[in-house]
Design a protein around this ligand. Structure first.
Ligand SMILES: [Fe+2]
Ligand SMILES: [Fe+2]
Length: 480
């Protein structure tokens, strides 16, 4: 598309967005003054519906979103002009007061529903808090309003520039937030969100982008978060971890931001086909029977079908689907599913399979009872370089997570315990990371110093890696 044309389209969308805000403002004001069902609401509701249809006809998202102090239509920032100023400020103000981050009108919404929506605000005290938002959601639920979706305000938008905002500037907190947001988004999509897949998917895309920004800014923190383990949320944890690790490899390979986003989406949903596998198989604590194993091995195929069904994702390209399909094929095609005609694994497939295996080995999901410590997992994978894994990518992977990956628990020659906080950027010093001492030689917990093991003055060497779970140490808390 020529630049001029896209500029013109953008101007059109901004104009449409302003009309939407204006009519929304009229509707809310009318609802404040008239009882539900009054004919005065007819004009604004049918106008809103017309605008929403027009937006969908253009394949855009009919959502109003509060972000960074701006009001957005989809991803497009709207600026108030003199004529629309009141409507603009009112809409943004109301959204903030009710702790609403986004309102999305889906294609299934009706004029009648929009009319009812205007009344969910009644009798709800506009105190900006997650509870207020929750009340609205409940009222929407009761009113059977399905064609309009909302997202809550993110905390930093909601609480403004107070102490919280200062704290959020701390990269650790931000990293954790991104991690949790991603878990949330992936669970939304995987819990079979029938309504509004578009919104959920776009949300996933946004969180992946957030993750990429994080990674480019402070890689270590995000990778540290992959030490978060939880049994019941295994699949989501795993998906997010695989996403982070894949992005870290992708970044080393030098992928562009756009490609990283695709890779991240592919990694995030690589196991989406598992939602088709019965839970009793998925969570089975003992070995699989032959039939169960076969069922399990079909998850990449289910995944392709599911991903192809997810609508409204213009960017859900073949690359994303292929990456998910290939994640168990193996470098030498010894994996599954069996596809005789396959001759080439995509880069995404090779990257995701590395990240997937590493996270699988080091976490204690139900069907692998003994998690490997990171260095053992890497050694296991090294032994399969050129067979299961692309040898060059595996080297890159080790390069980026280190032989003692961030989050590893170490026993030092001084009998102290330490957690790996950061890897040495110099490949020659991979075996000597920066660590934080967390227990003294007598086993007393301490908030110890940071030590660079490569520094001879430090007088410490690594004896071995320990399993944090065995020692009941939650290494995650050093990163969040
Ligand atoms: Fe898988
Ligand atoms: Fe997986």
């Amino acid at each position: 598309m020529s630049e001029m044309k896209s500029e013109q389209l953008e101007r059109e969308m901004i104009r449409i967005g302003k009309t939407l805000i204006n009519q929304f403002f009229v509707l809310l004001k009318t609802a404040q003054n008239y009882e539900e069902g009054h004919s005065a609401t007819n004009a604004p509701t049918s106008n809103i519906l017309k605008i929403v249809r027009e937006i969908h006809r253009r394949n855009e998202e009919a959502s109003l979103r509060v972000k960074g102090g701006y009001l957005l239509l989809g991803e497009l920032r709207l600026k108030p002009d003199a004529a629309g100023f009141d409507a603009f400020m009112f809409t943004m103000g109301e959204m903030k007061r009710y702790f609403i981050g986004a309102i999305n009108f889906t294609p299934s919404t009706s004029a009648e529903e929009i009319g009812r929506f205007a009344y969910v605000f009644r009798d709800v005290e506009p105190i900006p808090s997650p509870q207020t938002y929750q009340k609205l959601i409940e009222k929407m639920h009761h009113g059977n309003i399905l064609g309009i979706e909302m997202e809550s305000l993110s905390e930093e938008e909601g609480y403004g520039e107070g102490d919280d905002a200062v704290e959020l500037k701390d990269s650790k907190v931000r990293a954790k937030k991104v991690y949790l947001q991603t878990i949330h988004a992936v669970s939304d999509v995987m819990e079979n969100a029938k309504m509004g897949q578009t919104l959920k998917l776009r949300k996933s895309k946004r969180v992946v982008q957030g993750m990429i920004d994080q990674l480019l800014a402070a890689e270590t923190n995000l990778i540290g978060l992959t030490t978060i383990r939880s049994h019941d949320e295994y699949t989501y944890n795993h998906s997010v971890n695989v996403c982070i690790l894949s992005l870290a490899i992708g970044q080393r390979v030098g992928l562009s931001k756009g490609s990283l986003c695709e890779l991240g989406m592919s990694a995030l949903f690589h196991d989406i086909g598992k939602s088709e596998i019965p839970l009793e198989i998925l969570n089975k604590p003992t070995e699989f029977s032959k039939e169960e194993w076969e069922a399990m091995q079909r998850h990449p195929i289910h995944g392709v079908k599911k991903l192809m069904k997810l609508k409204g994702l213009d960017a859900l390209s073949a690359r994303i689907i292929t990456g998910a399909f290939e994640h168990h094929l193996n470098y030498d095609f010894s994996g599954y599913p069996k596809v005789p005609s396959y001759t080439n694994l995509s880069l995404f497939g090779r990257i995701i399979s590395l990240a997937d295996c590493y996270d699988g080995l080091t976490s204690s999901r139900v069907y692998s009872r003994v998690p490997y410590p990171p260095d053992k997992a890497l050694r296991f994978m090294m032994n399969r370089a050129g067979k299961a894994y692309d040898p060059i990518l595996l080297k890159l992977f080790i390069n980026c997570i280190g032989i003692y990956p961030v989050g590893s628990l170490l026993l030092l020659s001084t009998k102290e315990l330490a957690v790996v906080m950061q890897n040495n950027p110099d490949p020659g010093k991979w075996s000597t990371p920066r660590v934080k001492i967390i227990a003294d030689a007598d086993g007393n917990e301490v908030d110890g110093e940071m030590v660079d093991i490569s520094d001879p003055e430090a007088g410490r060497a690594i004896v071995e890696t320990l399993d944090p779970q065995k020692y009941k140490i939650d290494v995650t808390r050093y990163f969040v």
